[in-house]
Design a protein around this ligand. Structure first.
Ligand code: PSV
Ligand code: MN
Length: 425
C-alpha cells in the first residue's frame, strides 16, 4: 500500500490551504524559522492506534458493526496503514493479546514495514476468560487469593511480552479488571500486596530494555473497588517494581471533574509518566473521540506535557502516546482520524503558549494574565498548521474527505463483507 496519498487528491483544496496558512502566520507573527519549527514538531508528534478500536465497540450492550471490519491482525494493520496514509499522525499500533496473536511474526513485521508502522505496546488481557484457559478470572487475576490463578495471570503477561519481542515491541501495558463489587469482598491490603508481588514477577521476567506501564482505573468492572484505582497506587507500584515501570494515564479513568492536568504535572515531576490512553468522556470510561467533549482539558494536559518536555529539570522517560477509544456509532476509521486531529490540535495549541510570559505572570500572581495567555493559545485555530504538517509528509489536507471520496469503507466491505466483526470490547 502507498504510504502517501496521491498528490492529485489535495489539488482542489491547495489554494485555500495556502491562504489560510498565510493568514495564520501573520496572526501569530511566525517567521520562516519559527514556522518550520512548529510544523516539524507537529509532524513528528505520533500517536499509536489501538488494534481493538478498528471495529465498532465502546459499549457492553449492542454492537452495530460498521461493515468491512478487520478480521485478522493483517487487516487491522491494513486499516491503521490507511489512517496513517491520510493523517501521517500514527506510525504505531498497540496490540491486545490474545486478540492479536501473530501467526507468523516475520510476515507481520514485513507488513508493518510496508505500511511504515511499528508495534509500540502490547497489552495483556486478564479481564476476560479465554476458551482454553484453566482457571477463571471471575474473582481477579494478579490479585487473586489462589496462587495457581495468580501464576496463570503472571504467565499470561510473560507470554504477552514474548509475542511482543517477536514484533520488536518494548512495552507491556497492564490494566487489571481486578477489584470488588461489594463491601467486605476484598481484604484491601492483602489484595494490593498480592497484586504488587505478581507485577514484580512480571517485571523481573521482562528483558532489560522493556518497559512496563501500569494503568489505573477507579471503577468498572469493579463497582465498589478496584485494586489499582488511582495514580498514587500506580505510582507506588511502579516504584516498587523498578525504573522501567511507569504510570499510564487513561483520560477516561478518572472520576468526574478530576484535575487530570495536575496529575500529569505531578507524574512528570516524579519522572514516572510512562504513557497515555487518549479518549473523550462525559461521565466515565466513555471511550468517545478524544477532544470531542472537553477540548480545553485536553489542551491543558498538553500544556503540561509541552512545558514538562521543555523543562530541563524534568527527568521523565519518553511518553508512549496511544489512543484507547472505540465507538459504537461512528465509522471506526473516521473516529480515529477525528481523535488524531484533535490530539494534534491540542498539542499545536500548547506549542503556542508563551511559556516565559506565563511563568513570569505566575510568579507575579497575575491571575488574569495567566489565564489570558492560555486562552490566547487555546482559542487559536491551528487547523492550517495541522494540514500543512500532513501535506509536507504526504498526507491528506482533508483526511475524512479523502476517506469518503475514495470510498474506502465501501471497498473494505466489498472485500471483507458487511458482517465482519473485529475483536475488541
Ligand atoms: C480498560 O478500560 C482499558 O482502558 C484498558 O486500557 C484496556 O486494555 C482497554 O480499555 C480495553 O478496551
Ligand atoms: Mn486504557
Amino acid at each position: 500500500m502507498a504510504v502517501s496519498v496521491p498528490e492529485a487528491t489535495n489539488e482542489q483544496d491547495l489554494q485555500q490551504h495556502r491562504q489560510k496558512v498565510e493568514f495564520l502566520r501573520n496572526v501569530l507573527s511566525l517567521d520562516d524559522t519559527a514556522y518550520d519549527k512548529v510544523i516539524r514538531k507537529i509532524e513528528s508528534f505520533q500517536v499509536a492506534v489501538p488494534s481493538w478500536a478498528l471495529g465498532t465497540g465502546g459499549t457492553r450492550f449492542g454492537r452495530f458493526p460498521a461493515g468491512g471490519e478487520p478480521r485478522t491482525l493483517e487487516e487491522k494493520i491494513e486499516d491503521v496503514g490507511l489512517i496513517h496514509q491520510a493523517t501521517r499522525a500514527t506510525n504505531s499500533i498497540s496490540l491486545h493479546i490474545p486478540w492479536d496473536i501473530p501467526k507468523d511474526a516475520t510476515s507481520i513485521l514485513e507488513l508493518l514495514r510496508e505500511n511504515e508502522l511499528i508495534i509500540d505496546s502490547v497489552n495483556s488481557n486478564t479481564f476476560q476468560d479465554q476458551a482454553d484457559q484453566k482457571y477463571s478470572y471471575k474473582f481477579g487475576s494478579l490479585c487473586h487469593t489462589d496462587d495457581r490463578i495468580r501464576k496463570q495471570a503472571v504467565d499470561h503477561n510473560i507470554e504477552v511480552v514474548e509475542h511482543g519481542i517477536r514484533l520488536n515491541s518494548k512495552v507491556l501495558t497492564v490494566w487489571l479488571a481486578d477489584g470488588s463489587n461489594f463491601p467486605g469482598q476484598h481484604h484491601f491490603r492483602k489484595a494490593y500486596a498480592r497484586t504488587l508481588d505478581s507485577l514484580q514477577q512480571i517485571y523481573k521476567a521482562m528483558p532489560g530494555d522493556w518497559n512496563m506501564l501500569i494503568e489505573y482505573k477507579p471503577y468498572e468492572p469493579g463497582f465498589y473497588s478496584t485494586v489499582i484505582p488511582d495514580w498514587g497506587t500506580s505510582y507506588q507500584m511502579s516504584q516498587a517494581c523498578g525504573d522501567r515501570a511507569n504510570v499510564l494515564v487513561d483520560l477516561g479513568h478518572h472520576l468526574p471533574n478530576t484535575n487530570i492536568e495536575q496529575i500529569v504535572a505531578r507524574l512528570l515531576h516524579f519522572g514516572r509518566l510512562g504513557g497515555f490512553h487518549f479518549n473523550g468522556s462525559h461521565y466515565g470510561d466513555d471511550d468517545l473521540t478524544t477532544g470531542s467533549i472537553k477540548p480545553y482539558q485536553l489542551f491543558l494536559i498538553f500544556n503540561e506535557l509541552v512545558a514538562g518536555a521543555n523543562d530541563r529539570q524534568v527527568r521523565n522517560p519518553a511518553v508512549a502516546y496511544m489512543i484507547d477509544a472505540s465507538h459504537n456509532i461512528k465509522d471506526p476509521i473516521e473516529d480515529l482520524i477525528n481523535s488524531l486531529e484533535n490530539i494534534r490540535s491540542a498539542y499545536a495549541k500548547a506549542l503556542l503558549v508563551n511559556v516565559e510570559t506565563l511563568e513570569h505572570a505566575q510568579h507575579e500572581n497575575d491571575v488574569v494574565l495567566c489565564e489570558q495567555i492560555l486562552q490566547a493559545a487555546f482559542q487559536t485555530d491551528v487547523r492550517p498548521l495541522l494540514a500543512e504538517a500532513r501535506l509536507r509528509t504526504g498526507g491528506s489536507l482533508d483526511p475524512i474527505g479523502y476517506f469518503r471520496s475514495q470510498k474506502i469503507r465501501e471497498k473494505l466491505i466489498a472485500r471483507r463483507g458487511k458482517k465482519s466483526v473485529a475483536t475488541g470490547l
